[in-house]
Design a protein around this ligand. Structure first.
Ligand code: GN1
Ligand code: MG
Length: 376
């Protein structure tokens, strides 16, 4: 992570096609990967902006990321334009890129970093922890609608910018490699966690196995459906889905599972006090209802069956990913203290444990919500 240099950030903001002079820049948001800043200008009545440094150590093909974002945001805007019959509010519902003064979608600085700018959506809220069923339901609608509106965009146009991002087999291979190398001399600290992971290896391949039998359609999915990637308006109505870097071909169960990972958890993703990690099942029910409200027209039965597998898999995958980064010496995720990745690992592991204990109940909720659409 770069340390914040206001002068440098405001100079970079000036590379983009905005009106007026930059009056302030400040760090923004809680992402683990990119660096994000809020930018204001002195132009009367003008917008605020988000300036982001894309982490090109992770997103190696930034041009492909930007092409995906352009294609997806353009398609979503066309869909909303057709649905609403007008152009109003489009910039509130879908992210809008501000081009550079040269008309490019991003700017490469002298040190090789890539920067891009979006309109900042003011009067919106995002939550790291969901508080009410209404919020959860709007989250479900957000990602269900996102998938539905993208269902008629050809998935072959979308680049797989992070290959095998949610491929659990490859994630486990990477973990095993990290164990063998043990570069940070930390393997001895995590034998319980490793046993937990290895005990569940086979079951966690269910989605890949079903897919390899040709039973799961590849769709355009978001792939980072943390609840804080949904912006709600001041009345907690869905407004906009953000963080489109990982939009890629994928299975709907991955998006469902990753959303539930944050929604059902009463505590933060990295909660240190494991006893606080409990399930809020009414929020799961609300998310599921919101999701089906939007997604029921296109989901096929094998996808519906796969959703519960995603619910178990995505927190498990996060255990594997956080632990791999801990063993590799913390080069992927931003950390706030030396054991942060281990703390995240343990918190997500406890979540998997809780989800397993309530699997039948959660499965029942999905089935009941799905069945309610068979009669309408
Ligand atoms: C990262 O962009 P951000 O910080 O929301 C990560 C996700 C993880 C998440 C865990 C590109 O997301 O996959 O689920 O952290 N993004 C990437 O909080 O690896
Ligand atoms: Mg992200």
């Amino acid at each position: 992570m770069n340390s914040f240099n206001p002068k440098q950030v405001s100079t970079l903001a000036g590379e983009f096609d905005i009106e007026g002079n930059v009056t302030s820049v400040s760090p923004f948001g809680s992402g683990h990967i990119n660096d994000t800043y809020r930018v204001t200008t002195d132009w009367p009545g003008t917008k605020n902006y988000l300036l982001q440094r894309v982490n090109h150590h992770i997103f190696k093909d930034v041009a492909a990321v930007m092409q995906n974002i352009q294609l997806v945001t353009q398609h979503l805007k066309e869909k909303y334009r057709a649905l609403d019959g007008h152009d109003k509010h489009l910039e509130e519902k879908v992210l809008t890129l501000i081009p550079t003064r040269q008309g490019e979608s991003c700017h490469q600085d002298a040190t090789g970093n890539f920067w891009r700018m979006f309109i900042l959506l003011v009067d919106t809220r995002s939550y790291d922890i969901v508080q009410t069923p209404r919020q959860a339901k709007e989250g479900g609608r957000a990602f269900g609608q996102f998938q539905r509106l993208l269902a008629d965009l050809d998935v072959r146009f979308i680049h797989e910018v992070l290959p095998n991002f949610h491929h659990i087999g490859k994630r486990l291979d990477k973990l095993k490699n990290a164990i063998d190398r043990d570069v940070a001399n930390r393997v001895f600290l995590v034998s319980d966690e490793l046993r937990f992971i290895m005990d569940r290896e086979k079951r966690m391949h269910t989605i890949l196995d079903t897919a390899s039998q040709g039973q799961l359609p590849v769709r355009i999915t978001h792939n980072d459906t943390k609840f804080n990637n949904v912006l709600l308006d001041e009345h907690d109505n869905l407004q906009c889905v953000i963080d489109l870097d990982t939009v890629m071909p994928g299975y709907v169960a991955y998006d469902f599972g990753d959303a539930i990972r944050t929604i059902i958890n009463c505590a933060a993703e990295d909660e240190a006090d494991l006893d606080k990690i409990k399930l809020n099942i009414p929020l799961f029910q609300a998310y599921t209802e919101g999701y089906f409200e939007e997604a029921h027209p296109f989901l096929i039965p094998s996808e519906i069956d796969s959703l519960i597998e995603g619910v178990l898999l995505l927190p498990y995958m996060q255990v594997v990913r956080f632990l791999t980064d801990f063993l590799e010496g913390d080069h992927y995720y931003k950390i706030q203290h030396p054991n942060h990745n281990l703390q995240r690992t343990r918190a997500q592991l406890r979540l998997v444990d809780q989800l397993e204990a309530h699997e039948l109940e959660l499965r029942g909720i999905i089935t009941r919500v799905a069945d309610s659409y068979q009669h309408v």
